[in-house]
Design a protein around this ligand. Sequence first.
Ligand code: ADP
Length: 505
Amino acid sequence: MSVDSEKLQTRIQHRAQDLTAILLRRYWSILLCVGALLVIDQAVLQPQLARLSVYAPQINVAGRQRMLSQRLVKLALVIQATHKPEESEKELRETLDQWRTAHVGLLDGNAALGLPQTTSPEIRQAFAQLDPHFDAMVSAAEAMLRGKDSPATVATLLRHESQYLAQMDRIVGMYEVEAQSQATNLRYLGLLATISVIGLMLALGHLVLRPATRTIHDQVDLLEDRVAARTAELTDANQALEREIKVREEAEQRSHELSGQLAHTSRVMSMGQLATGLAHEINQPLAAISNYAATCKLVLESESPDREKLVEPVQCIERAAQKAGEIVRGMRSFLRPGQTPLCEVKVSELIEEVLALCHHELARNEVKLTLCLPEHAEVCVVASKIQQVLLNLIQNAIQAMQSAPSEKRELQINATAADQNLLIEVVDRGPGFGPQVDETVFQPFFTTKPSGLGMGLAISRSIIQEHRGKLWVENRQIGAAVCFTLPIDQAQHDQVGTSTDRVCR
Ligand code: ADP
């Protein structure tokens, strides 16, 4: 990612953080306003609404007062005309009580009648103007109940009733006007609250939601850009990795080829060292062939050749030719370059073929050989490579014992099966690897010999590791041992058998 785009991203992130803080403040402010509106609703609007509902009983009771005042007058007229029948008197008393209770209730409130106290100064003043007529009518009605049902009393009632009715009409009208104005106020307040809520919602959308949505879009765009950039980076890294893998594979292939070439060179060098001995080895059967051929010739040149006398020399010639052939075959298979396939070989044959190659070398250096090999054991290996290892170890052992007295030069080759491994030890009676045996001897080009190359042990270890085995060196009481293992599967292991199968000579 470029420095510029990183800076841009940081700037966008900071802006987003600032904006988030602003949006949060706005959101809380709007929430506060909504809370204030709810408080106002509860504190002002709801009580006003509750009050509106009590106007109805006030208007009803005030209206009924007019009807009661008319009934009072009517009952007074009945009592006067019928000279006090008890029923009318009782009705007059009840009506008077109701009328008086309702009058007081309208002014001071009466829970039983559902009336609140009248607080409006105008209506209270109208009641004050009504009071003289009310008092006069109450006094006249009480006088009638006390038995003073004179025409003057009835006339007083009739005179004040008309005044009372007119004033009561006015009061009812005033109650209705007050209720209406209250309702109108409430409607306006409700409208105001609705407009405020809509305004707050619009503000919420405009001041909070819109910028928040924009910020989210910006962040999503930013994220998409980053994903695209990261994907491009990953693709580049992937391609670079693929290139690197290819280069590494090529290098591995090359190193494999080089190590093959090196191993082959090492084999050729070993063979070079053995060349004199091998020439002598081949020379022996050739000389024998020549001798036996001469014998055959003599027999054939005689006057009456005896075929019987030819059988033995011809058989000897055949054996000597086979021996020479075996030596040459061994050399050819040992020196063959390139990859030879894995195949199952008998351990004893594998070792004996190598010994055939260095037989003369051992004899020349007066080294006594002791072999301890399993008779039937087989391993699945590239035979020429394992033989290269063995040859290298045998040559090292012979060279290590060159300064020892000839009677003490002894080479021991042991092969044993342990668990699922075949263990091969090449033990000599030379000076050993010194007091501190370490990995130094396996380092390429490490040598203590004037004409040594220092590659023998390194190549041997890599060959054994190729075969999934291990190779190490150790000191023995007298001399050194170089040991290596080769894996054998269970079937082979069973074939390797126990130590009783082993042949030691
Ligand atoms: P080279 O034989 O060319 O020196 P190697 O890799 O085969 O290379 O051996 C490395 C060194 O390990 C030898 O120079 C020698 O010092 C030591 N070495 C190898 N085998 C033996 C042995 N059997 N006894 C003592 N020293 C040994």
